[in-house]
Every structure is written in structure tokens, then in C-alpha cells.
Design a binder for this molecule. Structure first.
Ligand code: NAP
Length: 600
């Protein structure tokens, strides 16, 4: 074991622990921005890709490097832009009403002082060296010495960036630090002594930035889950391609330790690429969202995995074999598809978070192959973040990660809503006009948004209605379940987009005690997260999942189109509760009608 490798392993472990401590402090409110931020930071695979695209490693490597540069820059630009778009939306009521004041001097500006001092010293040093021999300075001194300090500073800035996400107040500043870190790492790498041409680097960065920029600026907030999945797939592809280039550049003659890391990089990168593509396609509705299962599926998948692992071990031990290596890469791509096919669209967020974690590990492995510590650090941070988020989601759904991956959840045969209604009793339906009468006499309302609000894009209607109610002196609160919608923090982002101050959003633990004293719980497109069977029915698949206790409110109004169940396929007894009234129809249309009726 080489010393460099030992150092790399220490760095990997320490970054993982640090990541764990920082990421557990990110509130659920910011879980969606966290996903896109780690995604952007994982675009650090760009530094490895730049060298492969610009060095004289042969045409094959240059092509792979060029594609990797394009993919990584798409992630960096798109990831940071969309994270900033989201973070800009998180405001308190006070922030929204506060007048912008001109502050002649902000003491926090003093923090920039150390940066200025260090910058000045670097410039002085550069000047001294430049006066001797500029080319020698740029090619050797800067490349070999300054680059590693750039990387250390970048790593510190990435960690500060993630730390900023522990509060919406500092989140944007944190992301600015991370962006600066990325800029430094990329700018520093451009001076890498092995880079001989910038042609493919420039073209790749240009194409990637154009695609990433368009995605980051234009994608609607409701499509954030599929964008995140697509982004993971690009990052993983970049890692996989750089690994392939390294293997063939050395004609497979690599030291065993490096070959192990490289094998891990291409296999995990390959399966994450196709798996994430599948996840994006399922979420976008391009592929059927239901689980696709067949007999012996798990055995087939496990056998495929065993073949891949066995072949990798062979490649590590035995003399190089380009053909076997190519087969292993192909099988990794196939395995990614097979792994995601049996998982339903609604479970995709857990899958995305897990694949995020795999993508981070592939990046870290790339760091070991290229002996690049910044990639080891960011890969470890990304891996930890994805893993933690997937565990949090599983906990909030009261399911195990094993059940999500191999349980084909969501394949429950759905019963016809009308037949169910007959069996369970009466359902009371209500019109928007009748709702206005009810709202005339209330003092408190809790709004419970769910996946249906995202589907109907009804967040603006919800916010308008809430404002109107507040103007009438009604106390309005929003109840956010940790897994409402299809992404952790999904509802928070949508409501922030509609200018709902985040201090009006209550977590499940905070809001549940308020329900008994609330006049109306207004459920907008939420279903599973309100199902009392999770508390009362031991035989229900939802039993044990913590829910928003809307059944304890004085009255309940549910906005949805039918009695059909939600993601879990489990019927909701709430709708047969005598104090529950159903306002049937698309949530956006119902809210528009309700708003018009209230106004008139
Ligand atoms: P849900 O249980 O999936 O229910 C959503 C409801 O929205 C449906 O019953 C549907 O009923 C209604 N709906 C759909 N389109 C609508 C429209 N245009 N207008 C009005 N209503 C509409 O959603 P949820 O209560 O938010 O629960 C989320 C589920 O996803 C949970 O089971 C959770 O475990 C799972 N999940 C979440 C995450 C996450 O990170 N957030 C991750 C994995 C899994 P109609 O068809 O009758 O309209």
C-alpha cells in the first residue's frame, strides 16, 4: 500500500465523517436544494475530465475526455444555477415585507480581508517567479505546487458551502463559497502540466454550460426530481469514461490497487449512469412508472452482479484483458437498467438519493485512480449526502432500503374507487361555494399539501388562497410531511416558489399538536401522508408510517380528483370520516373556483 493511497483513504474517511455531521444539520426544508447542491459539487469530476480531454493521451482518450468534460460542466453549471434559483425563493414573511435598505458598510465584508491578503501574497510570489521565466512558472511551478493549494482551498470552500445549507439564511452565501471553490479547482486544473491543447476543453465546457444553463434556468420546479436524476447520470458517465480512458491508456497494466479503484469507478459509474437515466425517464413519464417485474428477477440481478464482481476480481489478479474489461463495462450498464426496472416511479426519490451516493463513490474512486484528493473529498461528501437522504426517506416512510430496492412497492392492485366507497360507507362531497360558507366562521386553517399539488401545479393557487384567508383574520399554517410529494423537501420548494414565507411552514412534529384545535384542515392533493390507517390499522402496508394527523381537526376538506389511492395504493379511510368533505376536481381548478367564490 503506497503512502499516497493511505493518505487518500484517510481523507476519504474523514470527509465522510465531516459530511455526515454537516449534512445531518441540514433541515428538511432544504433537502431538495441539498440534493442539487451536492450534485453540482460532484461535478468536480470535471477536473479529472479536463486533463484527459486536454492531454496527449491519444484520440480515444481525447474523445472520452471531451464527453466527460461536457457532462461534468452540464452538472456544475446546471446544479449551481438551479440550487440558487431554489434558495432565492426561501424567504421569511419579514424578508418579504422588509424594504431594501442601503447599507453603506457591512462588517461582514471584513471576512473578505484574509482572501485579499492571500491573493496579494500569491500575486507577489507570481510576479517574482514570472520575472524569471513565465513559461516555466506557469507550466511547472504553478501546475505542480500551486494546484494542490488551490485544491485544499476549494475543498474547504465546498465544506463551507454545505455547512451554509444548515439555515436558509446562510444557504446562498454558502453556495457562493462552493461556486468559488469550483471555479478555483477548475481554473487551477487548466494549468495542469499534462494539458497540451484546450480545443476540446473549451468546446466541451461551452456545450455543457449551454445545456446546464438552460436546464438550470428553465426547468420548472415540479421537474426538479427528474433533472436531479439526469444530472446524476451525466456525472456517473463522466467518471466511467475517465476510468475507461485510464484503463486503455495504460493497456490494462495497472497496479492492483489502482485497478481495484478503477474497476469500482467504471462499474459503479456505469450502473449509476443507466440506473439514473431510467429513474429520470420514469419520473418524466417517458417510461411506465409502475414496477416491471418477472419471475426470478432478484436472482437474475444478483447473478449478474456476481458475474461483474467475479470478472473484476479476475481483471485485478490476472494479466490485462481489454475484451473482458469492455464486457464488464457493458454488463454494468445493463445492471443499472435491471436494478431500476422493478422499482415504481414513486420510489424513485429513494433510488435517486442512493444513486447520488453511488455517483459520489464513483467520483471518489476516480480520485484514487488519478490520485486527486479534491475528488476523493467531494466524492465522499456526495456519497454520504445521498446515503443519508435515502435513509431519512426510508425512515419517514417506515420502510427499509431493501424493501424499496427489491420489494416492487406500488405494484398493489388498485381497486376501483366507487366500489370501495360502497363498501366503506358514505363520502360527503362539497362545492367551492359551500366551502366559502364554512370558511366564513373559522379562525384557524391548516393547509396540507401533497403530491397532487405538484401534479396540478397548484402551489400559486394555494398561496393566493392562504393570503386571502389571512387578510380575513384567519390563522393559516402549512403542514409539511417529510415525504409528501416525490422528493425530500419537494413541498417546501414548490411553496417557496409561490412566495410562501418559510416561517409559515411547519414540520410534522411541530404541526401535529395543533390539529385538534384547528377548525379546518385543507388537504390539497395529499393522500398517504394523511391516512389514519398508518396509526390504526395493523394490517395496512402503511402501518407505522408517521402521518399528519388531519383526522384530529374539527373539519377536513380534501381537494383531489377522485377516491383513488395515492402512491402506496392503499385506500384512505379519512374520506369516509363524517367530518371529512371532498372537493372533487383538479386541485388548481378547484382552488381557482374557491378563490373566485370567496372574492365574490
Ligand atoms: P400520494 O399519496 O401519492 O397522493 C397524491 C394524491 O394526489 C393522489 O391520491 C391523487 O388523487 C391526487 N392528485 C393527483 N393529481 C391531482 C390533481 N391534478 N389535482 C388534485 N389531486 C391530484 O401523495 P402524498 O400524500 O404527497 O404522499 C407521498 C407518497 O410518496 C408517500 O406514500 C411517500 O411515502 C411516497 N414517497 C415520497 C417520497 C419523497 O421524498 N417525498 C419518496 C418516496 C416515496 P386523485 O387521483 O384522486 O386526484
Amino acid at each position: 500500500m503506497t503512502t499516497e493511497l493511505e493518505i487518500g483513504l484517510y481523507i476519504f474517511m474523514l470527509a465522510g465523517f465531516l459530511g455526515y455531521h454537516i449534512i445531518t444539520r441540514v433541515p428538511p426544508l432544504l433537502h431538495t436544494p441539498l440534493m442539487s447542491a451536492t450534485n453540482a459539487i460532484a461535478g468536480i469530476s470535471l477536473v479529472g475530465s479536463l486533463v484527459v480531454a486536454g492531454a496527449d493521451y491519444g484520440t480515444f482518450s481525447t474523445i472520452l475526455g471531451f464527453i466527460a468534460v461536457t457532462c461534468s460542466s452540464t452538472n456544475v453549471v446546471g446544479g449551481f444555477l438551479i440550487t440558487d434559483r431554489m434558495l432565492k425563493m426561501f424567504k421569511t414573511a419579514k424578508d418579504q415585507t422588509a424594504q431594501r435598505q442601503y447599507i453603506p458598510f457591512d462588517p461582514k465584508m471584513l471576512l473578505g480581508l484574509p482572501v485579499l491578503v492571500i491573493g496579494g501574497l500569491v500575486l507577489m510570489y507570481a510576479y517574482e517567479q514570472l520575472s524569471e521565466d513565465p513559461v516555466h512558472f506557469l507550466r511547472d511551478v504553478l501546475a505542480t505546487h500551486a494546484l494542490k493549494y488551490f485544491y485544499i482551498l476549494s475543498a474547504a470552500l465546498f465544506i463551507l458551502g454545505l455547512k451554509g445549507l444548515s439555515s436558509p439564511k446562510y444557504a446562498r452565501r454558502g453556495m457562493f463559497a462552493a461556486e468559488l471553490g469550483m471555479l478555483m479547482a477548475v481554473a487551477g486544473t487548466l494549468f495542469h502540466h499534462e494539458i497540451v491543447t484546450y480545443k476540446w476543453i473549451v468546446i466541451g465546457i461551452f456545450i455543457g454550460s449551454a445545456i446546464g444553463g438552460t436546464m438550470g434556468l428553465r426547468i420548472p420546479m415540479t421537474a426538479v426530481p427528474q433533472r436531479t436524476a439526469l444530472s446524476h447520470s451525466l456525472g456517473a458517465l463522466a467518471a466511467c469514461l475517465v476510468g475507461i480512458s485510464e484503463y486503455f491508456r495504460h493497456h490494462g497494466e495497472l497496479d492492483r490497487v489502482i485497478m481495484t479503484a478503477l474497476g469500482f469507478e467504471v462499474v459503479v459509474g456505469g450502473l449509476t449512469f443507466t440506473g439514473s437515466l431510467m429513474a429520470a425517464a420514469k419520473l418524466q413519464g417517458l417510461l411506465p412508472g409502475h414496477p416491471i417485474t418477472y419471475k426470478g428477477q432478484n436472482i437474475f440481478n444478483l447473478s449478474l452482479l456476481a458475474v461483474i464482481v467475479g470478472s473484476l476480481i479476475y481483471l485485478v489478479i490476472m494479466p490485462p484483458s481489454g475484451t473482458l474489461f469492455t464486457i464488464v463495462v457493458g454488463l454494468a450498464f445493463v445492471f443499472g437498467f435491471m436494478l431500476v426496472i422493478p422499482i415504481g416511479a414513486a420510489d424513485m426519490p429513494v433510488v435517486i438519493a442512493l444513486l447520488n451516493s453511488y455517483g459520489g463513490l464513483a467520483d471518489a474512486a476516480m480520485g484514487f485512480v488519478l490520485m486527486n484528493n479534491i475528488q476523493i473529498i467531494t466524492g465522499s461528501l456526495d456519497g454520504t449526502s445521498g446515503f443519508l437522504l435515502s435513509l431519512l426517506m426510508c425512515k419517514a416512510m417506515n420502510r427499509s432500503a431493501f424493501n424499496v430496492l427489491f420489494g416492487a412497492f406500488g405494484k398493489v392492485e388498485k381497486k376501483e374507487g366507487d366500489q370501495e366507497a360502497e363498501a366503506k360507507g358514505n363520502v360527503c362531497s362539497i362545492s367551492p361555494e359551500e366551502v366559502t360558507v364554512l370558511l366564513d366562521n373559522v379562525r384557524s386553517v391548516i393547509i396540507v399539501p401533497g403530491y397532487g399539488m405538484a401534479v396540478a401545479q397548484a402551489q400559486h393557487g394555494v398561496a393566493e388562497l392562504a393570503k386571502l384567508l389571512m387578510k380575513r383574520g384567519i390563522n393559516v399554517k402549512y403542514a409539511i410531511h417529510p415525504v409528501a410529494g416525490r422528493m425530500p423537501g419537494h413541498m417546501n420548494v414548490l411553496l417557496a416558489e409561490a412566495n410562501v414565507p418559510y416561517d409559515q411552514l411547519y414540520t410534522m412534529e411541530q404541526i401535529n399538536p395543533y390539529f385538534p384545535e384547528t377548525d379546518i384542515a385543507l388537504v390539497v392533493g395529499a393522500n398517504d401522508v394523511t391516512n389514519p390507517a398508518a396509526k390504526n390499522d395493523r394490517n395496512s402496508p402503511l402501518y407505522g408510517m408517521p402521518i399528519l394527523e388531519v383526522d384530529r381537526a374539527k373539519s377536513i376538506i380534501v381537494l383531489k380528483r377522485s377516491l383513488r389511492p395515492g402512491f402506496s395504493g392503499v385506500d384512505n379511510d379519512l374520506y369516509y370520516d363524517p367530518k371529512c368533505m371532498m372537493l372533487f376536481g383538479d386541485a388548481k381548478e378547484s382552488l381557482n373556483r374557491l378563490f373566485a367564490a370567496l372574492k365574490s
